[in-house]
Design a protein around this ligand. Structure first.
Ligand SMILES: [Zn+2]
Length: 370
């Protein structure tokens, strides 16, 4: 089917990591196309923009993006915001919170195709996609049972960016306890089997889980130089055990034999959907498919580059979920990296009001502990 949104297709067909006038124009035009769609199809969005006295037609230059009103992330937890009829949705992704509040994302087929396309493009540009076959150990929910959960969706998506041999999901559903549980024996057996195999390994999942299991069983395994670790979800709920990223990377190299440049972290939010992924030097790069503004929490003004503030995310790929401009409760700042990729990096600095915003990662950890 031909896309109704040619500007967005042009953006998604372009190189994800570039910073020049043409790249800027590609994003601005795509964002304008997307914002106009939500303005016309979602009453709350229209009212918000009207209140700010700003119309999507006024988006013509990079600087205009800074004037776009942001919608607070908690509104998406309290309301089911959707810009298309429910029957047009191909997938509803959720990140279950412990307080009954759910993060959700509604994806039409077009939006789902778009997010898969941009995720592949980002991973390919970072040298992470491959035709080669890998064995996968995923520290996450089995997507056969939990395919609407953000983390399960992400991991299943990631395994499709390479050839795959075996995929082992470590968090399994137990009929007796009616709960998800981490299969520790299964993980140990799988790691040993993968280490002995000629096929290299990719480990996906929460860093805290992997760290804990290596410590608990004092693991020393060599998965080989061709193996990878792709983490995501952060250390939420285990912040007391968190070790600095650089230390963690060296620990993994020492204990599992995975080279530093093959260890990549990913930051993503269910409501936003853009993956921010580490380069070979371990810095999260911002692709041209998004913009990240850092705002003063008191007056929401943009802070000077490098300073800490609330993260405000812009994206344009989703034509069903009206979150093109998402104001979050996460703190962070913008940085730079000398790996050669153009553009800025995202440095995460924690979350405001953690207890109110327990995400999928935390839920997973609680499930495992209980
Ligand atoms: Zn870099």
């Amino acid at each position: 089917m031909k896309s109704h949104h040619p500007k967005t297709q042009a953006l998604l067909d372009s190189e994800p990591f570039q910073k020049n006038n043409q790249a800027s124009l590609l994003f601005v035009e795509s964002f304008k196309e997307n914002a106009l769609f939500h303005y016309e199809h979602h009453l709350f969005t229209k009212k918000l923009w009207d209140k700010f006295g700003f119309h999507p037609d006024q988006l013509n230059h990079e600087d205009d993006l800074k004037k776009v009103p942001g919608t607070m992330v908690h509104l998406y937890k309290e309301h089911e915001f959707c810009s298309v009829p429910r029957e047009e949705l191909a997938l509803v992704l959720t990140s279950s919170g412990t307080g009954g509040q759910k993060s959700q994302q509604f994806l039409s087929q077009e939006s789902l195709d778009n997010v898969k396309k941009l995720a592949l493009s980002i991973h390919r540009s970072l040298g992470m996609a491959s035709e080669k076959k890998y064995n996968y150990l995923c520290f996450t929910y089995d997507p056969a049972i939990a395919n609407d959960l953000g983390t399960a969706f992400t991991d299943e998506l990631l395994t499709n960016f390479t050839g795959k041999n075996e995929v082992y999901y470590a968090i399994q559903w137990h009929e007796e306890s009616k709960n998800f549980e981490l299969n520790e024996d299964g993980v140990l057996e799988t790691l040993k089997r993968f280490a002995a195999s000629d096929i290299p390994t990719r480990i996906l999942g929460f860093p805290a889980l992997l760290f804990e299991i290596i410590k608990k069983y004092d693991l020393n395994i060599n998965l080989g130089k061709e193996s990878w670790l792709q983490t995501g979800g952060g250390w939420k709920g285990k912040a007391d055990q968190e070790i600095p990223k650089n230390e963690f990377r060296h620990f993994i190299q020492e204990r599992l034999g995975i080279p530093l440049e093959h260890q990549r972290d990913l930051f993503g939010m269910v409501e936003h959907g853009i993956p921010y992924v580490d380069c070979t030097k371990g810095n999260l790069h911002i692709p041209n498919f998004a913009r990240v503004f850092v705002r003063n929490p008191h007056n929401l003004e943009i802070v000077p580059k490098g300073e800490r503030g609330l993260l405000h995310f812009l994206c344009s790929y989703n034509f069903s979920y009206p979150a093109p401009s998402l104001l979050t409760t996460d703190y962070g700042r913008l940085g730079s990296c000398d790996c050669g990729l153009p553009g800025e990096t995202l440095i995460l600095e924690g979350r405001a009001g953690v207890s109110k915003h327990k995400g999928c990662a935390l839920k997973a950890l609680e499930v495992i502990r209980s």
